[in-house]
Design a protein around this ligand. Structure first.
Ligand SMILES: NC(=O)c1ccc[n+]([C@@H]2O[C@H](COP(=O)([O-])OP(=O)(O)OC[C@H]3O[C@@H](n4cnc5c(N)ncnc54)[C@H](O)[C@@H]3O)[C@@H](O)[C@H]2O)c1
Length: 367
């Protein structure tokens, strides 16, 4: 078993990675948490292939309730959290109880926010079941939901939430055998992002192991998750609450969140991030931070794993620029972008609107 440690000001917690770990989750939870009462929040799509296996590992001392969650961005909302609070009450959870989030990034974010806010915060363990959640969402303590934007302008991503670190993150790469390949690719988008932030060797690893990754080969996935997580962990250990450096993890997200919110485009989070990384690279090139080869590198790696590098259909560039103001990094109305540079990525302020528009046009926005 691979065990990584995440050390943040509130304490240290383990990330355990092992193929076949799922039936032992109950015992592993007991090594980090004393209580024996909990609510398992389970993505409805994985209840049947994996739910029984997970629950089988909790012995008879446990009083566990389960609640299914519809894992869509539209359902990643306050009402879903309220529903989980109600389930916590009905299950008799108290301050010594636990929420287990079993699913992808949506399940983890919603279950995490419910745990962070029920009785002002109870213990949380995450068992991620998508590649994206394994390499990114489950680690680092960000929880939250989307909010409807004023004027009916779609959903604002992750605009309500809390920092709430899990007690442990338990990763079983075997669960990825049931994950559609489209979602595996989405996880690769966040791995590519981590490559740009702190491990360029990840590009080479992804390139040489592309087939095995897309076939969910457990040994290759284990290495991929470990490498990608090492980048994420080093970033959050330096800046748990995004006072500075953690914003690097938003590479591609300011552009990406905007197109993810356009329902007609039907883009998953990872797909939107892939397009967003290409746009961010172009934007960095427009203002002289990187050469054209960085834009080409971003596009090549994204396309090589089957992720989109352009919008599936054109969207008006001015509407896209206007929607960027709802990004969480915006301060005093000033847009702040995470852009690649000569050495990793940085937050850049005062990016000229023309450079942002040129970046959008590169990924297929129209006038
Ligand atoms: N908290 C963070 O730090 C953080 C970081 C990155 C992304 N996110 C969030 O994560 C979300 C995206 O996460 P995601 O890509 O995991 O999406 P997701 O949770 O929607 O899962 C993708 C799809 O796969 C299904 N699924 C999950 N596991 C499965 C399995 N093992 N087998 C078969 N189907 C399975 C789900 O039902 C869903 O249809 C976004 O909302 C994003 O904002 C959060």
């Amino acid at each position: 078993m691979i065990e990584l440690k995440v050390s943040v000001p509130g304490g240290t917690y383990p990330v355990k990675i092992e193929a076949g770990l799922l039936p032992r989750v109950g015992g592993l939870v007991e090594s980090v948490h004393e209580g024996r009462r909990g609510l398992v929040v389970m993505d409805q799509n994985i209840q049947s292939p994996h739910g029984e296996t997970l629950l089988s590992g909790f012995d008879s001392q446990w009083t566990l309730a389960t609640d299914g969650l519809i894992a869509t961005e539209a359902n990643k909302k306050q009402e879903a959290v309220s529903g989980l609070h109600q389930s916590c009450l009905e299950a008799g959870l108290d301050r010594g109880s636990l929420v287990v989030g079993f699913g992808g990034g949506i399940t983890g974010d919603v279950a995490g926010f419910a745990a962070a806010s029920f009785l002002r915060g109870i213990a949380l363990v995450l068992v991620p079941t998508t590649l994206l959640a394994m390499v990114d969402a489950a680690v680092g303590g960000k929880t939250g939901v989307n909010l409807p934007l004023p004027g009916g302008k779609g959903l604002g991503k992750n605009l309500a939430g809390a920092f709430w670190q899990p007690k442990a993150v338990l990763v079983d790469p075997l669960v990825l055998h049931t994950l559609p390949v489209r979602d595996l690719r989405c996880g690769l988008a966040e791995c590519i992002k981590h490559g740009f932030i702190g491990d360029p060797g990840l590009f080479e690893f992804i390139d040489s192991n592309r087939q095995a990754i897309l076939a969910a080969d457990p040994a290759v996935i284990t290495t991929l998750v470990e490498r990608a997580l090492r980048v994420k962990i080093s970033v959050i250990e330096q800046d748990e609450r995004e006072a500075g450096g953690r914003a690097a993890l938003n590479l591609g997200h300011t552009f990406g969140h905007v197109v993810e919110s356009v329902e007609a485009l039907d883009l998953r989070h990872g797909e939107a991030v892939a397009i967003g990384m290409v746009a961010a690279a172009q934007c960095a090139h427009e203002i002289g931070r990187v050469g054209k080869e960085v834009v080409d590198q971003a596009r090549d790696i994204v396309v090589s794993v089957g992720l989109p590098a352009t919008l599936p259909s054109p969207v008006d560039v001015n509407a896209l620029v206007a929607a960027m103001q709802f990004d969480k990094k915006t301060l005093d109305g000033q847009l702040r972008l995470v852009l690649p540079g000569q050495d990793g990525v940085d937050i850049v302020e005062d990016v000229p609107t023309e450079a942002v528009k040129a970046a959008w046009r590169t990924v297929g926005a129209g006038d």
